[in-house]
Ligand binder design. Structure first.
Ligand code: ATR
Length: 273
């Protein structure tokens, strides 16, 4: 029996124009007959404190936090999970025993498609917020060698020091013989960066591995096309995106599952892929 929505959820970030999270989470609430409703709350940084006051008074049952609030939100929460602490960023908040918790389900989302796989050496392209979740995930599955390369070298060095990894100048990124290469830059993303490839095909030839792009739109970036042409396996960012959404959904609903395959199809449809 369907119930009227009695629990309020939402996402905050700035700007929020492109987010498909509301449509995906509302779909999942209906699929699972859960009485939730999920809104989009674009709030500029100067209103973040007031936003969390509203969360505590309305009350809001939970939500997602995206760019640029993932780090700044921590001080408004009562607790953060060990995972969120490990990267200093939260993307999900929820209540437990009357206290407001933050977690980071981007790491769960990133690891989803890697289940059962392990790598000797991983090369991470990029050193922004997405790269942090990627590196934390790879550390968690015990990847012995993690090399971070970034256009702005100082940022690669900073992340390498934070995680106990190696930093590599951007111009030398073709050299390591990594068996996992992750694109955690915005290169290849639909829009003005769609024609950019962070890693050349010739650098992948002659060995095997997995090329993982955290970009999901377009589904096949220039990076993944080059990887496929070199005989590499590929993974795009859609499973990561859906994975973080499913993990958040489980936290809000005390363990209800957002169906994986249907959610992948739903998300692809919402993105027009
Ligand atoms: P996110 O939080 O999604 O990771 P971000 O923090 O803005 O976003 O990071 C974007 C990443 O893409 C950065 O590593 C950025 O490199 P810089 O640190 O040098 O800015 C990288 N990036 C974006 N455009 C790039 C380009 N044209 N060439 C190389 N790297 C690029």
């Amino acid at each position: 029996m369907a119930r009227y929505p009695s629990k309020l959820y939402g996402i905050t970030g700035f700007p929020l124009g492109h987010s498909i999270s509301p449509a995906l989470q509302n779909w999942a609430f209906q699929e699972r007959r859960f009485p939730g409703v999920y809104l989009a709350w674009p709030e500029p940084p100067e209103k973040l404190g007031a936003f969390f006051q509203a969360v505590r008074t309305l009350p809001v049952s939970g939500g997602n936090i995206t760019i640029p609030h993932k780090e700044a939100s921590i001080k408004y929460l009562d607790h953060v999970s060990a995972r969120a602490k490990s990267i200093g960023a939260v993307n999900t908040f929820f209540w437990r025993d009357g206290e407001l918790w933050g977690d980071n389900t981007d790491i769960t989302g990133f690891l989803g498609p890697l289940k059962g796989r392990s790598f000797k050496s991983a090369l991470i392209l990029g050193a922004g917020g997405a790269a942090r979740a990627v590196i934390a995930g790879l550390k968690e599955i015990g990847t012995p060698e993690i090399i971070i390369t970034n256009r702005t070298f100082a940022k690669a060095q900073e992340l390498a020091a934070f995680f106990g990894a190696e930093a590599l100048p951007w111009d030398e990124r073709g050299k390591p013989r990594a068996d996992l290469i992750v694109n955690a830059t915005s290169m290849g993303m639909s829009g003005r960066q769609e024609d950019q490839n962070p890693y050349e095909e010739s650098w992948m030839r002659g060995r095997e591995g997995l090329a993982y792009d955290i970009v999901y739109n377009p589904p096949q970036t220039l990076f993944l096309k080059a990887a496929e042409a070199s005989g590499w396996k590929t993974e795009n960012g859609l499973a990561m995106f859906v994975g973080q959404a499913r993990a958040a959904f489980a936290l809000w609903t005390e363990g209800l599952e957002m169906p994986r395959e249907a959610a992948m199809q739903k998300a692809a449809g919402l993105l027009g892929l």
